[in-house]
Design a protein around this ligand. Structure first.
Ligand code: HDD
Length: 741
């Protein structure tokens, strides 16, 4: 046992050591002693980067170490410098001949600064330009090892991942909540090389053959003459193409369903879409379809909410993802596989597995969970990570091989090719976010933006000069060996197999699997989209397509358009509904949900406790009041000017504030602020849970919202009201309140 004195001395020494290591406080930061608004003037080291933010190589071309730690090279000293490391004493004034000019051409700093600024933008992605991303970890369950030898699926193996979600059609600055497919791209930095699963939130695709990709994208993008509409499918060129090219019917129907307007990236399913071939350690193969199942359930916005959000908060999904991660409500998905026998025909129950416009119902092949994805860290820099990340379906690892899906084969070309323009050359794999975590020794050399300083003289094989290095790896060394699939001797053709011909049975199955409220949403979506088209012929042709899916769907959309409903050319085939396709039903965790609480100084009783309980349930409470500031020590986060009902999953009414002097007159009871009444009306119309106690009940009356309606909870005890509202939130919406007609 050490004497107490010695322990104290050791402790003091340790404290001193820690004090030496800790940076002086950042001027302006809490506890620094300087006011937050003051501009710091004392040079200090840059803020430390987050873990895993490796910067460019630390060795210069001459082989001299820069001296800075690897992760800090981009911001390696406290002083402002040029790109060449020259310290600058002024970046606010151009070099001029006298204070009143002219500006001198010799100002090398001005020219470098402006030149770099002029080239800050890179071409946005041709599709999926608008996105949000996060870092995370994937943990294998180990049960897939029997069918797939990929190391990252091993029991308890943790693999770092980077996941980018996106809309497809809109440009980088477009709104998040448009009706569209969502991208769901996952980069697994495995020890055997990087594996990318570049999927969507919809299990099928618009086209069967990649050669049609430019056609569908040109049709969906804004019209070339006026470049409108932005990020929308509700226009003539899209429906012109889709109504003529009927293999797009299935995907279009999914986009018209609630899947086209997800509530959050955290609440979407993901699909690998294509059929892949899995290989086990003995060389045995099985076909597989990949699924991501969100632990928070699959939930959507309603169309009016989505439209309002496009204006109120165009960054709704981006913000939701970042906030949830920041708050510790880490989004999670289980990776699942549908396993299908690898037969020579590559069909399953009559479904051609090489046709990406078809899916395999879960009732026929259950989705078996094989691992868990957790997103736990936001990117540090949007451009460096989310924008520069480059996915590619050809980034594969041993154990996962491709099939002969003609859509996938075109993708294998497109994703590499597109990076040449987007990221400026073939070395995009060296950008930090794209760097594999597995060791690299390729023989690729030179090219634009070459960051590596390669040694040796023999980047070719075979060689003797570099000692024969690098060596090919056998399968036992972890080498990727393609499955030796027989290729039939065939005639070269530009044609599809007959098994690709049925374009309507699976759309019909999807339609018949939806609940009445989901079907009503689909009807309204088609009516809205076709209602935005100008060409009568396009509307009529699309109605014909709907008739081929289902006469009821067609008739209901026709009524909305004021057009006669055509009769199907072919009698619809018999299909069995797949209940797994419906989103309605079940109860789900409420983590990360947002609860708006309308408050007023006259009724703060119980608000603090409710707020604490909302937080304890893993949700986000937002206090909404007439003015900013604090009420009884609680910060007001939204005012009636900045809040809109669409931001919240549920609304609580603690007290009923009177109209503010600047409020718009005319809605409801004059004793209630009309903006509160609007908030309640919208929440009611969007079938959200609403709770009220005390004076809050007056807002229900002012909004004309019946207190006895389903999903409206009125009581004396705020905590009891909250717990009922949380129960309702688990079901996402009060579906009984939603009109299905
Ligand atoms: Fe694609 C991006 C998903 C078919 C060509 N695609 C892209 C992204 C996702 C998908 C999620 C965004 C990746 C990111 O976040 O950076 N794409 C799909 C799915 C498809 C599909 C699920 C069908 C099953 N794509 C597809 C075809 C082609 C492309 C048939 C071309 C023949 N896709 C591209 C692209 C993009 C792209 C032009 C744009 C930016 C990029 O690749 O890196 O090459």
């Amino acid at each position: 046992k050490k004497p107490a004195k010695a322990v104290k001395a050791a402790l003091d020494k340790a404290v001193e050591k820690v004090a030496e290591l800790v940076d002086p406080p950042i001027p302006g930061s809490p506890g620094s002693g300087t006011p937050a608004v003051a501009e710091p003037t004392e040079p200090r080291d840059p803020l430390p980067p987050k873990a895993d933010q490796a910067g460019p190589a630390t060795v210069t071309a001459t082989g001299t170490p820069t001296g800075a730690p690897p992760e800090a090279v981009a911001q390696g000293c406290p002083y402002l410098t040029t790109a060449q490391g020259l310290r600058l004493h002024d970046t606010d004034h151009s070099l001029k001949a006298g204070e009143r000019g002219p500006t001198l051409l010799q100002d090398h700093h001005l020219r470098e600064k402006i030149m770099h600024f002029d080239h800050e933008r890179i071409p946005e992605r041709a599709v999926h330009a608008r996105g949000a991303a996060a870092h995370g970890v994937f943990t294998g369950y180990g049960n897939a090892s029997q069918v797939c030898k990929a190391g990252f699926l091993g029991a308890g193996v943790e693999t770092p991942v980077f996941v980018r979600f996106s809309t497809v059609v809109g440009s980088r600055g477009s709104a998040d909540t448009v009706r569209d497919t969502r991208g769901f791209a996952v980069k697994f930095y495995t020890g055997e090389g990087t594996f990318d699963m570049v999927g969507n939130n919809i299990p099928v695709f618009f086209i069967q053959d990649g050669i049609k990709f430019p056609d569908v994208v040109h049709a969906a993008k804004p019209h070339p003459d006026r470049e409108i509409p932005q990020a929308q499918s509700a226009h003539d060129t899209f429906w012109d193409f889709v109504s003529l090219h009927t293999e797009a019917t299935h995907h279009a129907l999914w986009v018209m369903s609630d899947r086209g307007v997800p509530r959050s990236y955290r609440m979407m399913e993901g699909f690998g879409v294509h059929t892949f071939r899995l290989v086990n350690a003995d060389g045995g193969t099985v076909l597989a379809k990949f699924h991501w199942k969100p632990k928070a359930g699959v939930h959507s916005l309603v169309w009016e909410e989505a439209q309002l959000l496009n204006g109120v908060d165009p960054d709704f999904h981006r913000r939701d993802l970042a906030d949830a991660i920041e708050a510790g409500a880490f989004p999670r998905w289980e990776l699942g596989v549908q396993l299908l026998p690898d037969t020579p025909k590559q069909t399953f129950e009559g479904i051609d597995l090489l046709d990406s416009t078809k899916m395999v119902p879960e009732e026929l092949a259950p989705v078996q969970p094989i691992g868990m994805l957790t997103l736990n860290r936001n990117p540090t820099n949007y451009f460096a990570e989310t924008e520069q990340v480059a996915f590619h379906p050809g980034h594969l690892v041993p154990g996962i091989d491709i099939t002969d899906d003609p859509l996938l084969h075109a993708r294998l070309f497109s994703y590499l090719d597109t990076q040449l323009t987007r990221l400026g050359g073939p070395n995009f794999g060296q950008i930090p976010i794209n760097r594999p975590h597995a060791p690299v020794n390729d023989m690729l050399r030179d090219g634009f933006h070459q960051d590596a300083v390669h040694g040796g003289v023999a980047p070719y094989r075979p060689n003797s000069l570099d000692g024969g290095n690098p060596f090919p790896a056998t399968e036992a060394d972890g080498g990727y060996v393609e499955v030796a699939q027989p290729v039939a001797r065939a005639t070269k053709v530009r044609a599809n197999p007959a098994s690709f011909a049925d374009h309507f049975s699976q759309p019909r199955q999807f339609w018949l699997s939806l609940s009445p409220v989901e079907q009503a949403h689909v009807v309204r979506a088609y009516t809205f989209e076709l209602g935005k088209c100008y060409e009568q012929a396009i509307k009529e042709r699309q109605l014909q397509v709907l008739a081929e899916i289902d006469p009821d769907l067609c008739a209901r959309v026709a009524v909305g358009l004021g057009l006669p409903a055509p009769v199907a050319a072919k009698r619809p085939g018999k299909v069995t509904p797949s209940p797994a396709l419906s989103q309605v039903g079940g109860s789900w965790p409420v983590d990360g949900r947002t609860v708006g609480i309308v408050v007023d100084p006259t009724g703060m009783d119980g608000v603090g406790a409710v707020r604490t309980a909302v937080l304890a349930a893993g949700m986000v409470p937002l206090l909404i009041a007439a003015h900013g500031g604090e009420l009884e020590g609680l910060a007001v986060q939204r005012t009636f000017l900045t809040a809109r009902s669409v931001e919240f999953d549920a609304l609580l009414l603690a007290a009923c504030p009177p109209p503010a002097p600047d409020a718009e007159p005319g809605i409801g009871d004059a004793a209630v602020d009309p903006r509160v009444a609007t908030m309640v009306q919208e929440a009611f119309r969007h079938a959200k849970a609403i709770g009220a106690w005390g004076g809050g009940q007056a807002a229900l009356d002012a909004a004309g919202c019946p207190a006895e309606a389903p999903g409206v909870v009125v009581g004396a005890d705020p905590s009891a009201v909250l717990s009922e509202v949380v129960g309702l939130l688990g079901k996402h919406r009060v579906w009984e309140r939603f009109p299905v007609g």
